[in-house]
Write a protein that binds this ligand. Structure first.
Ligand code: 4AD
Ligand code: MG
Length: 457
């Protein structure tokens, strides 16, 4: 259909006086004795186009005034009565798709809880329009950043026979019905599609390392799957994951790249989504723009795990789970560190090896690994990364200590035999990033169809 995007109709002042056709959905309707006002949205911009109807010249059928109705409007673009943009003086209004009164998105601001029950319609609200525009801009910026810095974009398999984090939180991939007669698990899997137990990948890192050992700098940007039973506002069973992997890099390099990427992405959203950020700043998180501007312009903090525990132990009275050296940091500790102690993003480094994955580089102290988590206010962990263990013997020892089946990791171990080099990388949770830059508090509200425990609408 020949028509003009509302973003253009609204802002292009050279179009004033010209005839235009726009298409969109009715977002508001009001009228007086002589004039009717319709606001139309077609998704191209957060601000909507006001359509002005002179009732003495044009009849508007009741169907065209219903919220959610899809219309095509032909008219003349003129400078808006209020504000800087344009509005459209209607000459002809055509109903493209009627919308009955049961339409669940009504004018009163509906709650996010309610909107979560109608994932197929919630995108027609300002909040979700803004979220998904920011998400799209951020995704483009991620590719731009890595391309500009000489990284190759690789696509790692989603179906895998190895569990990257070694934590057994994989969804199983199978074509077989359950067979209670199978003599053993091994026999059961032997008859399955791949002949071995297979699942959905929790991370592209292990294959990313393979690529980095030849291409130097690579990144992946795709879905990861976690069957963890954590029903929180920060966890999804299916999330999007950005994982750069860099050869000839050590932990300080990994930290530098992570900070640079995050600042680049924040700046991109600030520059490309001003209307959306203004919206979030007004209705979702007061002070959001100032927060992001400040973060993009200042240094992130760096703190070892051991120092972090020293700080947290003094505050143990306030925590549900008191900490000591060796304990995993819970969300409450992460938030306390980044919000109350540092007041900005903080890289926590050098965690005890027992609470981190087998592949992390073992430090000389014999107790810690060269890992880092980036914690940010409001979210907690947004990035997890490390230098990788490049020494064959030490890697084997770490796998043995975890009783891992080394035969499933032969290729990964080969990388430590054939020209092994220091290397590292990290994983950025895309939805957590979108939460951070929009101020949205529930990860289910920044992805189209959230998947989590007992939820696959
Ligand atoms: O810390 P994680 O588990 O690290 C890895 O997967 C490494 N293999 C990454 C690497 O070094 N290449 O996950 C990385 C990030 C987390 O910091 C978090 O932002 C996000 O992925 N994440 C999740 N996001 C949403 N829902 C979940 N269930 C998530 N699990 C991790
Ligand atoms: Mg992590």
């Amino acid at each position: 259909m020949k028509h003009l995007d509302i973003s253009e109709a609204l802002t292009d002042q050279t179009l004033r006086g010209q005839t235009a056709v726009v298409c969109g959905w009715v977002r508001t309707y009001r009228e007086s004795a002589q004039v009717a006002f319709l606001e139309l949205s077609d998704g191209s911009s957060l601000p909507r186009l006001q359509v002005v109807v002179d009732k003495s010249k044009l009849d508007v059928s009741a169907e065209c005034t219903k919220l959610g109705a899809a219309l095509a409007v032909r008219g003349t673009l003129v400078g808006a009565y209020k504000g800087e943009g344009n509005e459209l003086n209607a000459e002809r209004i055509t109903l493209i798709g009627a919308c009955p009164a049961e339409y669940p998105i009504q004018k009163k601001r509906t709650t996010l809880d309610f909107l979560r029950t109608i994932p197929h319609l919630r995108l027609r609200t300002n909040t979700f329009q803004a979220v998904f525009r920011v998400r799209s801009v951020a995704a483009q910026a991620i590719h731009r950043y890595f391309h500009a810095h000489g990284y190759y974009y690789v696509n790692t398999p989603l179906i895998t026979a190895s569990d990257c984090e070694g934590a057994g939180e994989m969804f199983r991939v199978t074509t077989r019905p359950w067979d209670a007669k199978a003599a053993s698990a091994e026999e059961y899997y032997k008859n399955d599609f791949f002949g071995v137990k297979a699942g959905l990948s929790v991370s592209g890192q292990l294959e990313g390392e393979v690529a980095a050992m030849a291409l130097g700098k690579i990144y992946t940007f795709g879905p990861s799957f976690r069957a963890e039973n954590s029903n929180t506002t920060r966890h999804l069973a299916e999330f999007w994951h950005i994982e750069p992997e860099i050869a000839f890099a050590e932990l300080p390099d990994v930290i530098e790249i992570a900070e640079d990427l995050l600042k680049y992405l924040i700046n991109a959203v600030l520059e490309e989504c001003p209307e959306e950020l203004k919206f979030f700043d007004s209705f979702v998180e007061k002070g959001l723009i100032e927060k992001l501007t400040h973060v993009a312009g200042s240094d992130f903090a760096v703190c070892t795990y051991t120092d972090a525990i020293g700080i947290l132990e003094k505050e143990n009275a306030r925590f549900q789970f008191p900490v000591h050296w060796g304990s995993d940091l819970q969300s409450e500790h992460e938030k306390y560190l980044t919000e109350k102690v540092f007041g900005r993003p903080v890289f926590v480094t050098d965690y005890p090896k027992e609470i981190k994955s087998f592949y992390m580089k073992q430090n000389a102290d014999g107790k810690t690994v060269a890992a880092t988590d980036l914690l940010v206010p409001g979210i907690g962990e947004i990035i997890g990364g490390s230098e990788r263990e490049a020494d064959y013997g030490k890697l084997v020892a770490a796998m043995d200590a975890r009783k891992m089946d080394k035969s499933a990791y032969k290729q990964y171990l080969d990388l430590r035999i054939f020209g092994s080099v220091p290397h590292g990388g990290f994983g950025l949770g895309f939805e957590r990033f979108v939460m951070y830059v929009t101020g949205m508090e529930n990860i289910r509200d920044v992805t189209l169809f959230p998947r989590s425990v007992k939820n696959i609408m």
